[in-house]
Design a protein around this ligand. Structure first.
Ligand code: NAD
Length: 324
């Protein structure tokens, strides 16, 4: 983790930090990086989709929901920054259970912002989503494009951004919303029924099985290795700018087709990737890609880990966990 020597992160060193959803995929990477910076790291997670094994040694773990006000208040007390990653993350689940999605993603975010403002937290970095651009986004998508809520999940993430803006206007709390694009890396759950494309592909390839792709495989995504997202979060947290609810895309600015990704994974593993095509899924976006100009200008963000390297790290981690 040499990249953490960056002096821009100095304001964060040895401070107390809260990571909501820190037992999940992205949150656990943020928690590890903060520990390396010498921070006192607290994680609040109800383990609804995260796992205790993801928690790095040295974090203070509070097993609780965002909706548990007393435990949230005590976890947030004395924190400099909150990284708000906890959410219902599955689009299909949000369609099945819109009320739970609203409670966790909207009400939970509101309660977190209230608690943070009350406790005198300096900044909240909110995990927003490219889902805000809807199912026919402009390519590349820029933060000035209109939003379109195509699922309760997307609606809840757009609402979360709006709440971050409102609290930054009405209170002293500084907020920033990072719109993540297709994040992948170690600890992303490949066995989840909602597994993201790369973890599901990796799981199949490592078992010597065919990879199932919905549609022709020419659909593209801005696949972003998780370390880039952690870097973006630390830059957002340490920025000296007075951030007031700005929305910032976090991706690589490049889009790759699913077929290209599967081929590259096969090359990394030294095997031929066999693909089975299944009927296209209704509602799937055809193309998605971030314009990262604002992230560069506002945060000094640059995606430094490229696709092939990120896939190699991910497959190496997955292969250690796949029975031969
Ligand atoms: N992975 C991506 O590509 C991606 C893309 C866009 C946005 N995001 C956002 O990034 C964040 C992290 O996603 P992830 O991919 O790491 O998913 P994840 O499921 O691994 O992590 C989410 C964590 O939140 C916890 N959680 C859920 N409900 C909670 C509640 N009520 N109280 C406390 N904890 C709760 C879960 O147990 C889990 O550990 C989410 O907010 C997600 O919407 C992710």
């Amino acid at each position: 983790m040499d990249w953490l020597d960056d002096q821009r992160f100095d304001p964060l060193r040895e401070r107390a930090m809260l990571v909501t959803g820190g037992a999940g995929f992205i949150g656990s990477h943020i928690a590890r990086a903060l520990l390396h910076l010498g921070c006192e790291v607290r994680v609040l997670d109800d383990l609804s989709s995260g796992h205790r094994e993801n928690l790095p040694d040295g974090v203070e773990f509070v097993e609780a929901s965002l909706l548990d006000d007393p435990l949230l208040a005590s976890a947030i007390e004395g924190c400099d920054v909150v990284f708000h990653e906890a959410a219902m993350v599955s689009v299909p689940l949000s369609v099945e259970q819109p009320d739970l999605c609203r409670r966790v993603n909207i009400e939970g975010t509101q309660r977190l912002l209230e608690a943070a403002a009350r406790a005198g937290v300096r900044r909240v970095a909110f995990a927003a989503s490219a889902a805000a651009y809807g199912d026919e986004p402009r390519i590349p998508s820029s933060e000035t494009d209109p939003t379109c809520a195509c699922s309760p999940y997307a609606a809840s993430k757009i609402a979360g951004e709006a709440l971050c803006q409102a609290f930054a206007r009405c209170t002293e709390l500084s907020t920033v919303s990072l719109r993540y694009f297709n994040i992948f890396g170690p600890r992303q759950d490949p066995r989840s029924p909602y597994a993201a494309a790369i973890s599901a592909f990796g799981d199949r390839l490592l078992r010597g099985e065919e990879v199932a792709i919905f549609g022709d495989g020419e659909q593209t995504r801005d696949f972003t290795y998780v370390e880039n997202v952690v870097r973006a979060n630390l830059l957002a947290a340490s920025s000296e700018r007075d951030l007031r609810g700005e929305v910032v895309n976090i991706g690589t600015g490049r889009r790759r087709s699913l077929l290209e990704v599967v081929r590259t994974m096969g090359e990394v593993l030294g095997c031929e990737a066999r693909v089975r095509h299944e009927p296209p899924r209704a509602g799937d976006v055809r193309h998605s890609c971030a314009d990262i100009t604002r992230a560069r200008e506002l945060l000094g963000y640059e995606p430094t880990v490229q696709l092939r390297q990120g896939l190699a790290h991910t497959l190496s981690w997955m292969s250690e966990r796949t029975p031969a």
